[in-house]
Design a binder for this molecule. Structure first.
Ligand code: G6P
Length: 475
């Protein structure tokens, strides 16, 4: 493969390994929004995507898929444990989500994180043409920008952080806090979801490294006695809104939505939660509030059902194993207490569904509950809004999700305040159609005006200022 002018580096490749009809291994495009966002850029710039194929021990040569050059980075079983499950998802993930679960600091995990980040950086350096643009994604790869800059000072390097960046008081717990900041500062542009995340990062840089910051600029020593400017600012990510709108307009998907309502016994209101099964999502808080509403007699299972889709995630990390037990115990208790032969309180689905089915569910749901305790953005909130082509439905949205900065016409809640959450759910259930319409139109306008293509364009425009190469990359 020739070298690419544009390289994306992410923990995961944009494809999943699946069995085909004959039972052989095949590749399928993964459903994530990032692929959708970057695919047009990748095609135009003849780009490459460097990432892990999602299975331990898989050693593969670079290959072409769906018009993209994919460069697999292998991880051994031990590395999956130490770098992915350990440092990424049992140290950084809980620490950056306000220690909702206790982060574990293990030196062996850090060593694996350094080694694996170096492998990603090496693969990206090899894939990139002279003066190429490299865009590194997310918290699993925070050291890659600096490693890349050291190997390839000709490159223009962007980094986007999809999850929150915590307040300094929490961040400073990290034993490797300086190395991580220095790693990120290898990038020319460091993008965050919220203005507050960029602010937390700049403060950590000032306190730990004593670098000067001014507006979004950070003066980073260039190793030759001078400084260069790195840009740290908010670029809130979005979804491919048009594809949700298109799906929501299909008659067969609307029919499926009606069928879903029917199969739940045609309750007058359906509440919906859709999350990876993760302790940051506030699934327990949501269920506690709903359980109490049933107990108080403010709602009845004859009229109201909560559908909770909790897709399996990081199933070998202890905190996730525990969370699953707690959620399933709670669902069992609430259903045991309140179900009737014909109606269920909570329809719980520990499964992942294709996009078509999700859009049907969004159309079937009168109220969408996004009660995250901390969330970088929460794209489910945006997917729900985009899908409501009928301008009906109510979004209840945690102020601790990045989406709250843009979706002010939702009913905003503090999920820790159970009484407040109960009242918000009641307000959503009882909201008149005219008010639903007014709020939903405002929400939809925002999501349509700022879609994922816009996001990547804004980021790449900011990065273009640093570019020394001849060709511009446009989304
Ligand atoms: C979050 C992270 C992503 C990650 C995704 C799924 O959205 O920001 O980087 O890919 O969760 O988690 P997983 O561990 O399965 O990749």
């Amino acid at each position: 493969m020739s070298q690419a002018e544009f390289v994306v580096v992410a923990n995961r490749l944009p494809v999943d390994r699946v069995a085909d009809a004959e039972g052989d291994d095949a590749w399928r495009r993964s459903p994530g929004g990032l692929v959708t966002a970057l695919e047009p850029v990748m095609r135009k710039a003849d780009g490459a995507w460097v990432g892990w194929a999602g299975r331990p021990g898989l050693e593969l040569e670079p290959f072409e898929f769906d018009g993209m050059h994919l460069v697999p980075v292998p991880l051994s079983a031990d590395e999956v444990q130490d770098y992915y499950e350990g440092f990424s998802n049992d140290t950084i993930w809980p620490l950056y989500h306000d220690v909702i679960a206790a982060p574990r600091f293990k030196r062996q995990w850090w060593d694996a994180y350094v080694a694996v980040n170096q492998r990603f950086a090496d693969a990206a350096a090899k894939a990139a043409a002279d003066n190429a643009i490299v865009w590194v994604q997310d918290y699993q790869l925070q050291l890659v920008p600096r490693m890349l800059r050291q190997a390839r000072p000709d490159l223009t390097i962007g980094y986007f952080h999809h999850i929150p960046f915590p307040a300094y008081g929490l961040y400073s717990q990290l034993p490797w806090r300086r190395q991580v900041l220095e790693g990120l500062l290898g990038a020319d542009v460091i993008g965050f979801q919220r203005v507050a995340d960029a602010g937390n990062f700049a403060r950590a840089v000032r306190r730990q490294l004593r670098y000067e910051t001014k507006a979004s600029g950070i003066a980073v020593p260039d190793g030759e006695g001078g400084t260069r400017t790195a840009l740290a600012k908010a670029f809130p990510i979005s979804i491919d809104a048009d594809s949700y709108i298109e799906l929501a307009q299909r008659p067969e998907i609307q029919a499926r939505a009606a069928e879903i309502r029917e199969s739940l016994g045609n309750p007058s209101k359906i509440l919906l939660g859709v999350d990876r099964l993760d302790y940051t999502k506030g699934i327990r808080h949501r269920m506690k509030a709903f359980g109490e509403l049933l107990q108080d007699g403010r709602v009845s299972v004859d009229d109201v059902t909560l559908v909770q889709v909790a897709s399996p995630s990081r199933e070998r990390v202890d905190a996730y194993v525990q969370l699953r037990d707690e959620i399933e115990l709670t669902v069992g208790r609430i259903n045991g207490d309140y179900d009737t032969m014909g109606h269920t309180a909570i329809r719980y689905l520990h499964q992942a569904y294709p996009r078509e089915e999700m859009v049907a569910l969004y159309l079937a749901a009168d109220v969408m509950l996004v009660t995250a305790l901390r969330d970088g953005m929460n794209l489910v909130a945006k997917e729900y809004v985009a899908s409501r082509v009928d301008n009906r439905g109510v979004l209840v949205l945690s102020e601790f999700a990045g989406a709250a900065d843009e979706l002010g016409s939702a009913i905003l809640v503090n999920p820790h305040d159970i009484d407040g959450l109960k009242d918000a759910i009641m307000r959503a259930i009882e909201m008149p159609g005219s008010e639903q319409g007014r709020r939903m139109r405002a929400l939809r306008r925002r999501v349509r005006e700022h879609d994922v293509e816009d996001w990547s364009q804004d980021f790449l425009d900011a990065l273009a200022v640093f570019h020394r190469g001849a060709t511009a990359v446009t989304a």
